[in-house]
Design a protein around this ligand. Structure first.
Ligand SMILES: Cc1cc2nc3c(=O)[nH]c(=O)nc-3n(C[C@H](O)[C@H](O)[C@H](O)COP(=O)(O)OP(=O)(O)OC[C@H]3O[C@@H](n4cnc5c(N)ncnc54)[C@H](O)[C@@H]3O)c2cc1C
Length: 541
């Protein structure tokens, strides 16, 4: 939506295609906040350093500098659009401490930050006359002669396939959390854009870096914001010890997410967990603070864990949360395909490198969404309307008809269940060659079985079973890309923690992983990391 607003401002005709209603996008669930160095005692340089360190030196430093320099203006722009930021006693935009940050620089709207931002963006989308195709599911990016020509989408209500012919397209389809069995992500976070871009010829970057958030509820995977630790929450093991004192003596619970998740998993594996969890204790914050700053978290804990955090600690564990990797872009959202752009969680600029700091991904979506929208519109003004290859709509129609025609095969949900379990077992917080290779074999086998899936619902109207098949195709590609990257990277960096290669190895691995699809096969290569002024150093919290 941020990209659409920027493009519409330039006077272009802009359409927004979305498989759910725009305000139901996963961003609506973002709780804790969005980072910007607003306080005069803080600086964008501090923010940049924390982000580089958080990324375990894999983030591109030119892109990180840009993100942090432009952040304050984007926060104020959101405020002018109507975002009602929480305030401090002097009336300034309030900022809370977050993991891996040397200064309290996370702006928030209580614990409903994404909700607030998404709704004001939606208002602006309407105000600027963007045409919205909601509940339209994109099934193909149309690319010919290395130039984007538009997309093909299924209209859910009728089952009809439509072509959307455009000079440029910005992919902003979010993350792939649903590739894992338990995740904080919405049902719609199936990595469609990454799968589609890969098939259209774009490269994916750094897919092995999957963020496991330290505080998610068991079974459901529902998120308990890092803001709960930002407000002063403790993590305890079964002996009642504040174990983070051992793993990050200086900042304890506010170390970066990879560090905290590894510490929790280590405690749980050593038998110091509580039913496969550790405990998040907020009791000492008191009822007033919990009700004012973390009202939604209290509701979630009561409804989904049966625990009132005013009275008892909340059981939490690491859960799949965020994709540091994605479609490779430059700082203007541009991919290697002319007219094809990407932004937000689906893209990899890369500002998060091997581990993202909390509060930096809403920022990534807003800053690089704006930049991608501006760059895409500039491209449109300089380019003639490309021809839309007619055969592509026919081909897509054949593919859909072929899926609907099949009988007697497995249903998609069985393959999907096996895929999410395979990812959970083989590619979690700790990884090793044996488990990763087994996971990869598993996914290869599932991809073969996928070719024969069939549907019980053959109807046109809201055929969600058909969409599940289309999503599964993308998810299997994404899962394979994650595993190929993870097997290949023989070191531990950020969220990628190999027990068989426990050290970071800058000599061999200070580089990005690229994955391309050629003749149906995924091929791996690499790319240098851009270093400006922050030389790689040991990471301690
Ligand atoms: C529970 C939770 C809490 C979080 N809290 C924070 C936080 O406090 N701070 C922070 O910085 N980050 C947070 N994050 C991360 C952050 O919210 C996301 O990375 C970010 O909001 C992603 O935004 P996006 O616009 O890229 O994608 P999304 O908001 O996921 O939107 C994707 C859009 O693409 C559309 N789409 C997808 N596939 C298709 C298709 N095939 N056809 C058509 N449309 C499609 C969807 O309909 C949707 O509109 C949180 C994430 C989660 C899951």
């Amino acid at each position: 939506m941020r990209a659409a607003i920027e493009a519409a401002k330039s006077g272009l005709n802009v359409a927004l295609v979305t498989k759910v209603y725009p305000v139901r996008s996963h961003s609506v669930a973002a709780q804790g906040g969005i980072n910007a160095a607003l306080n005069p005692a803080d600086s964008w340089e501090n923010h940049a350093f924390d982000t580089v360190k958080g990324s375990d030196y894999l983030g591109d430093q030119d892109a990180i500098e840009l993100l942090c320099r432009e952040a304050p203006e984007d926060i104020l722009a959101l405020e002018r659009m109507g975002a009602v930021w929480s305030r401090d006693f002097d009336g300034n935009i309030a900022q809370r401490p977050f993991g891996g940050a040397g200064y309290p620089r996370t702006c928030y709207l209580a614990d409903r930050t994404g909700h607030g931002i998404l709704h004001v963006l939606y208002e602006q989308v309407i105000r600027h006359g963007v045409i919205i195709y909601d509940e339209w599911h994109v099934v193909k990016l149309v690319v010919k002669d290395n130039a984007a020509r538009g997309v093909i989408a299924i209209e859910l209500k009728t089952g009809r396939l439509h072509r959307l012919h455009s000079k440029a397209a910005v992919i902003a389809t979010g993350g792939y959390g649903r590739v894992y069995k338990t995740t904080t992500n919405a049902l719609s976070s199936t990595g469609d854009g990454m799968g589609l871009a890969l098939s259209a010829g774009a490269a994916l970057m750094d897919m092995e870096f999957v963020q496991f958030h330290p505080t998610t509820l068991p079974r459901t995977g529902i998120l308990i914001t890092e803001g709960a630790r930002g407000e002063g929450g403790y993590l305890l093991n079964s002996k009642g010890e504040r174990f983070m004192e051992k793993y990050a003596p200086k900042v304890k619970e506010l170390a970066s997410r990879d560090v905290v998740s590894r510490a929790e998993q280590t405690e749980i594996d050593a038998g110091r967990g509580v039913d496969g969890c550790v405990l998040l204790d907020l009791r000492h914050l008191g009822a007033e603070k919990i009700n004012e700053r973390l009202p939604q978290i209290r509701d979630i804990a009561i409804n989904f864990a049966g625990v009132d955090p005013i009275e008892k600690p909340i059981p939490v564990r690491p859960g799949a949360h965020y994709s540091m990797g994605g479609i490779m872009t430059d700082v203007n959202g541009m991919t290697a395909i002319a007219g094809l752009y990407a932004a937000g969680e689906s893209a990899c600029v890369s500002v998060h490198g091997a581990n993202r700091l909390g509060g930096n991904s809403l920022l990534d979506a807003v800053v690089f969404g704006r930049r991608a929208g501006a760059a895409a519109s500039e491209f449109c003004f300089q380019t003639a309307f490309p021809e839309f290859p007619d055969s592509s709509l026919k081909d897509a129609a054949h593919e859909v008809a072929d899926i609907l025609k099949r009988d007697g095969g497995e249903p998609a949900f069985i393959i999907r269940g096996e895929m999410t379990a395979a990812m959970e077992n083989s590619c979690g917080v700790f990884r090793d060659k044996e488990r990763l290779t087994k996971g990869l074999e598993n996914i290869r086998e599932l991809k073969e079985r996928y070719k024969k899936v069939s549907l019980s619902d053959k109807s046109d109207c809201f055929n969600t079973e058909l969409l599940a098949v289309v999503e599964l195709g993308n998810m299997l590609d994404v899962a394979k890309a994650i595993l190929i990257g993870a097997v290949n990277r023989e070191e531990s960096r950020g969220a990628h923690s190999r027990t068989d290669f426990p050290r970071r190895d800058d000599e061999k691995w200070l580089k990005h992983t690229l994955i391309n699809k050629t003749n149906g096969e995924l091929k791996i290569s690499c790319k240098d990391v851009t270093i400006t002024k922050y030389k790689p150093a040991e990471r301690k919290y």
